[in-house]
Each structure stands twice: as C-alpha cells, then as structure tokens.
Write a protein that binds this ligand. Structure first.
Ligand code: NDP
Ligand code: 2IT
Length: 449
C-alpha cells in the first residue's frame, strides 16, 4: 500500500471520529474495515473519485425516538428507540433490533455498519441497518414486554416495509418480541405484510431454521476454515461464550459435528462441564424457563459455575465468542493461543478487540470475523423474505442445506479475496474487502444518491 493511500485512509478515519464524537464502537468498526481497504483504492481508483468511503461511513438515515410505556405498577417509563438505516444499494435495509441497557447510538451505528458488509457478503439482495433500544428486558413481565414492543412499533412502523426496511432479532429480541412487534405493525397498517420482519414464529410466516441459523452458520464457516487446513471438528474441545440464541445453536451444531463443548456463559458467570454440556438442559433453562445458566449446576452436580469467571482461560482447541462486542481482549487471545486454540469463529458482532484480532492473526490461527462467520442468521432472514414473497414455507432440511451452501460460499469469497489482495488466510481482510467492493460497485452504478 502506498504511503499516500495510508495517509488518505487515516485522514478519512479521523474525519469519522470528529463527525461522530464519543461513538467508540462505531469508530472501532470503521477503523477495522478501513485498515483493509488500501489495496482496494489502488485497484479501484473510481471508489476514491466517487467518495465511496466518506458516503458509506455516513448512514443514509438515523431515526431516534421516545418510547413511553407503562410498567405493571402503572408507572410511566421512558426509553429511547433507534433505527439506523445505513445503506440500501443492494436491497431494503436489513438488520436486527437489540434491546439492552447498554444500547446508544454508537452501538447501533457500529452494528449497522458491520451489517452492511455482512449482508453484501451473503450475496442476497439486502441492504444494511440496525436498531434497538436501551430498554432492559431482564426481569420484565410478558405484559411489560408486549407494551414496550407495541409502543416501539407505534413510532417505528412508518419507516419500515418489506421493500423499505426489514428488522429482525438481536440481543434481547427473539420470537416473542418479534411477535408483539409484528402484531402492532399489522394492527396499525391493516396489512398482513409478512416480509416486514424476520425471525417470526413458524405458525405465522417464520422460516424453519432461522432460529438455528446464526449458530449453525458460524459452525459451518468454522468447519470450512478447518477443512482448508486439513482438519475437522471431530473430537475437538470447544468453548462458546453466551447462552443465548446464537450460543445455543452453535453448541448444537458443534456437538452434531463431533465437537465436545465444555463451557458457555452469561453476563454473570460461566459453566464448565468437563463431560460435555447437556444442551437439552441449557435449552430448558434458557428458552423455556428464561433462567440464568447458574442453575445448570443444580442439575449437573459435577459441573462448576464460576461467577464472573473468565471463559477464555478454559483450555480448548476451538473457541466461539457468541455473546457481545469486545468480550475477548488481547490477553484473552494470548491465553487461548497458549492453551493450544486452533480456530476462532465469531458468532457475535465484533466480540474480539483489535488487540485480540491482531494476536490471532499473528499466531496464524484460523480466525473467522463476525461479518463473515455470523452471516448465516441474516442470510436465512433473506430466505424467510423469499418464502414470504412467494407465500411458501420450505422444510427444515432444505433450508439448512441452503444455509450451509451460503456459508460455504461466504467462506470461499473471503478466502479467495484474501489471497487476491496479498494476505492469504486473513479472513478479516477477505471479508472486509469482498463486502466493501460489492457495496461500492453498486453505489457507483446507482449514481450519487
Ligand atoms: P441473546 O439475547 O439471545 O443472548 C445474548 C447472550 O449474550 C446472553 O447469554 C447474554 O447474557 C450475553 N450478553 C449480552 N450482553 C452481554 C454483555 N454486555 N456482557 C456479557 N454478556 C452479555 O442474543 P443473541 O444470541 O441473538 O446475540 C448474541 C450475539 O450474536 C450479539 O453480538 C448479536 O449481535 C450477534 N448476532 C446475533 C444474530 C441473531 O440472529 N440473533 C445474528 C448475528 C449476530 P445475559 O443473559 O446475562 O445478558
Ligand atoms: O447481526 C445480525 O446479523 C442479526 N442480528 C440478524 C439480522 C437479521 O436481519 O436477521
């Protein structure tokens, strides 16, 4: 990369920081992509002339709104809602909604930015966006969740539509919340517009395998990374952070492919079960009873629960961070490498800090970044949109096969792009470059919009 390009990219990054003060996660996500783009600007000088980077770093539209709702005691509560519509040159804005108290504009913008390149990598006709609220679903009753979702949608509906913007789930938003959101959208608009939300229940327009798709997809991607290195999952000791939607189905697919998963976590602590995790028990605790993973050890006496424990200190050959951003830092990466970890696939969005990513790349382990490895969720959302548009419902096996083929395709795209741009085996560069080029070419083709 020439020094002039280096300087130009640094200047562009500094302008993003200045323009978006305090949004540290957004800065981090932008920096990581821009660091891969030097050789792209050399090969495609037109991207510079069209100011593609400057335009891509400025979302097309950012919506921030008040969400008033009443709790079970009759008290009025106020939260803040967001929808950031980042880029729509490849299709309607597409990306999840996150309900978590840590949510603020910088988190939603980082997620929407990542989503844009992730969605491009899937090869499906979807643009990028993200939304959510600082609402904390923990400890809320079902009626409180419903009232919150109804109020949230009462404001957001005017910005959505099957050809405009199609939200789905993310942290704190699953089929229950999508149900209440869809119900309110339907009521306000008087339209049964199935394609306006994905992650719906199977009885009312949802796609089979969507619930499983992100976790399964991350393992399919991991499996491909191992395959090109002449390895496989069989007999490998694995650890997975989180115990939510992505983590549960990553564990399921790891187990199906012969991996031994010995640990997972939530924001309070971790469970370590040397005999291998009992996934049916975890599903019962998390999906049915909505409890904490701490309760696992009441049922499996030999397992241990470590409050505030560091999952990454548990020796493993395969690690999947599937909880949240920046959950795995440079020290954690060093510990994993020292303990013999061979492969890491990010089920979560940006779970590894830049120091952690650098450590993995330097050590030459197989590292699958989130925008490639966790793209199976949104890809299957696009399959849900496809089924909704044709009023069809495919069976599980057919849908899973499609997901598997999509993940193999994403792996190949990242692998080949990394090679083409002079960094073989570097999936971070592969994913950033392949995703960016696809969006950038469409932006040039569609003119200055
Ligand atoms: P869930 O809400 O189902 O589960 C989230 C899990 O992560 C929980 O175990 C939660 O623990 C833990 N967690 C959340 N926030 C924190 C935090 N600040 N610190 C520590 N642990 C935390 O969400 P998902 O499984 O859907 O999402 C997990 C990750 O995967 C996110 O990064 C999301 O963006 C990403 N992702 C999700 C997709 C999807 O289809 N759902 C698709 C692609 C990526 P606790 O219960 O204690 O909060
Ligand atoms: O981060 C993600 O890709 C998601 N939360 C899923 C988005 C979607 O539209 O299915």
């Amino acid at each position: 990369m020439s020094e002039i390009i280096d300087e130009k990219i640094e200047g562009l990054f500094q302008a993003v920081v200045k323009r978006n003060p305090g949004e540290v996660e957004f800065h981090q996500a932008v920096r990581e992509v821009l660091e891969s783009l030097g050789p792209v600007l050399v090969k495609y000088p037109e991207f510079g002339e069209h100011k593609i980077i400057e335009r891509i770093c400025e979302p097309e539209r950012q919506i921030i709104f008040r969400v008033p709702w009443q709790d079970d005691r009759g008290q009025v509560q106020i939260n803040r809602g967001f929808r950031v519509q980042v880029n729509s040159v490849l299709g309607p804005y597409k990306g999840g909604l996150r309900f978590h108290p840590s949510v603020y504009l910088g988190i939603i913008k980082f997620l929407g930015f990542e989503q844009t390149f992730k969605n491009a990598l899937t090869g499906m006709p979807i643009g990028g966006g993200k939304g959510g609220s600082d609402f904390d679903p923990k400890g809320k009753s079902d009626s409180e969740i419903m009232r919150f979702c109804q109020s949230f949608m009462t404001e957001l509906y005017q910005h959505l539509g099957e050809y405009t913007d199609v939200p789905a789930g993310d942290i704190g938003v699953g089929a229950r919340e999508i149900g209440y959101l869809f119900g309110q959208y339907k009521r306000i608009t008087n339209r049964y517009e199935s394609g306006v939300l994905t992650g719906k229940g199977l009885d009312w327009g949802g796609a089979r395998a969507r619930k499983e798709a992100t976790g399964y997809g991350a393992v399919f991607f991991l499996n491909e990374m191992l395959r090109v290195r002449g390895q496989s999952l069989a007999g490998k000791t694995c650890i997975v952070s989180g115990a939510g939607n992505v983590a549960i189905y990553a564990i399921e697919k790891l187990q199906q492919l012969g991996g031994k998963v010995v640990a997972c976590s939530d924001s309070n602590g971790l469970i370590h079960d040397k005999k291998g995790l009992d996934l049916a028990l975890i599903k019962q605790l998390k999906e049915v009873e909505r409890r904490r993973i701490e309760d696992y050890v009441f049922h499996r006496k030999h397992a241990r629960y470590v409050a505030k424990g560091n999952l990454w200190e548990i020796p493993c050959e395969v690690a999947l961070p599937c909880a949240t951003q920046n959950e795995l830092n440079g020290k954690d990466a060093a510990k994993l490498i020292k303990n013999g970890c061979l492969a890491v696939a990010e089920g979560a969005n940006m779970p590894t800090t830049p120091e952690g990513v650098r450590a993995f790349l330097k050590a030459g382990i197989a590292f699958g970044p989130g925008k490639a490895a966790n793209a199976g969720g949104v890809a299957t959302s696009a399959l849900e949109m496809q089924q909704n548009a044709s009023r069809d419902a495919w069976d599980f096996e057919f849908t899973e096969k499609k997901l598997s083929a999509i993940m193999t395709g994403i792996h190949q795209r990242c692998y080949e792009t990394a090679e083409e741009f002079g960094t073989p085996g570097n999936y971070v560069n592969g994913a950033n470059i392949a995703g960016f080029i696809k969006v950038a070419k469409a932006m040039v083709a569609l003119g200055l919009i």
